[in-house]
Design a protein. Structure first.
Length: 378
């Protein structure tokens, strides 16, 4: 009788396993950068879509109201800071499919008023760029009303975009010429104004040649603003309606002074505004460039994404906690390869590289420079 031996199955040898592992590792090494690049491309495209929605929201607002939304901030008299009680983003809520949040806000009151706090705790996806991976929810600051209501999101909503309030770059050499007293320096108001005095016809250079806001993403801390959320301090506060701007004075029934802990320590003031919040009018900014390059001729670093490396800045140049350094109130993004998005007054979107000439950036920020437009490749 024959006995059949069971077949013996041969396994992988150690060498074969090591070869397979090496092949898999090589494939992962080849594919991972492509996967990461595809993800970044998707995030960058989504960010562009947000810029488009905001640009069109601004355009639709102007068509309905016959005035552009407020920039949020500006200058009056002898260079005194002026702030609108509303922010640019607050005013366009109803025009970017955020009517439910708009309905919750009393536009006669500042966002830190108890009646508006809960609405200001909304994190609106259109106002942020998914490429920005370093900003945390808590950088918006604790929202007292959200905490009291037991809301799951307990912070003020943020924005990764900055409305252009002005530029003060010299048309001669690109240096910064600040407004000082009665001397306006090179200060030029952007197309958006704090008092909503502008409309489409104000873009004398053309709406397709005028940027109304830039990306400003990447804040790694919460930086308090220079303006105090108080009456009679260092700022004139106004309320706008129907093209009319009315200064807010003591005793105004709809005014509430800012209160801690909702408002941060300011930049030079005990309590300040908070520029990274979408509801804060101080989210607007001027285009001026890095503080350590204000007088440089020529500048050796770009204005867009200035001081991007090392992360957080450095003592040799400037730290991001300093105004106008890195993402602290200047055009900035976290996109790989550099550059940032900008929304133009005609509703279009352009991507501006880090190497954009300072004079081109100045022209884009000034709606009425009257100069022959320089090429920016947009």
């Amino acid at each position: 009788m024959r006995h059949l031996s069971p077949s013996i199955r041969r396994g992988f040898t150690l060498v074969e396993l090591l070869v397979v592992i090496a092949i898999i590792g090589t494939l992962v090494g080849l594919l991972l950068p492509a996967v990461q690049a595809a993800r970044e491309a998707g995030r960058k495209s989504q960010c562009s879509n947000h810029v488009k929605q905001i640009s069109l929201g601004c355009l639709n607002y102007e068509s309905a109201v016959r005035r552009y939304p407020t920039s949020g901030e500006g200058k009056v008299g002898a260079g005194l800071d002026a702030m609108n009680v509303n922010s640019f983003f607050t005013q366009i809520l109803a025009y970017i499919e955020q009517q439910n949040i708009a309905n919750q806000m009393n536009l006669k009151m500042p966002y830190w008023a108890p009646a508006n706090q809960l609405a200001a705790a909304s994190m609106i996806s259109t106002f942020v760029c998914p490429t920005n991976g370093i900003t945390k929810d808590e950088y918006g600051g604790t929202n007292s009303a959200a905490v009291a209501a037991g809301a799951s999101f307990k912070f003020y909503g943020q924005t990764h975009y900055m409305p252009v309030a002005y530029t003060d770059l010299s048309p001669v050499d690109g240096t910064r010429k600040k407004w000082s007293g009665t001397n306006m320096g090179s200060y030029k108001q952007g197309l958006l104004s704090y008092d909503q005095s502008t409309k489409t016809s104000s873009a004398l250079d053309g709406t397709s040649k005028t940027v109304i806001f830039f990306e400003d993403a990447g804040r790694n801390v919460q930086n308090g603003g220079k303006r105090a959320p108080l009456l009679g301090a260092n700022t004139v506060w106004v309320r706008t309606s129907g093209g009319t701007s009315t200064p807010i004075v003591a005793g105004d029934a709809n005014w509430v002074d800012g209160m801690t802990p909702d408002m941060p320590v300011g930049d030079g003031v005990a309590m300040g505004t908070c520029p990274n919040r979408w509801a804060d009018p101080d989210c607007a900014s001027g285009v001026s460039g890095a503080p350590w390059q204000e007088s440089a001729v020529p500048r050796t670093t770009s204005i867009i994404n200035n001081t991007k490396t090392p992360m957080g800045g450095s003592a040799a140049t400037c730290l991001w906690t300093q105004n106008n350094c890195g993402p602290n109130d200047e055009p900035f993004s976290m996109h790989s390869g550099g550059g940032c998005w900008g929304g133009l007054a005609d509703g279009s979107v352009s991507f501006f590289g880090d190497d954009l000439d300072v004079q081109v950036l100045r022209q884009l920020s000034d709606p009425a420079d009257g100069e022959a437009p320089l090429n920016y490749g947009g």
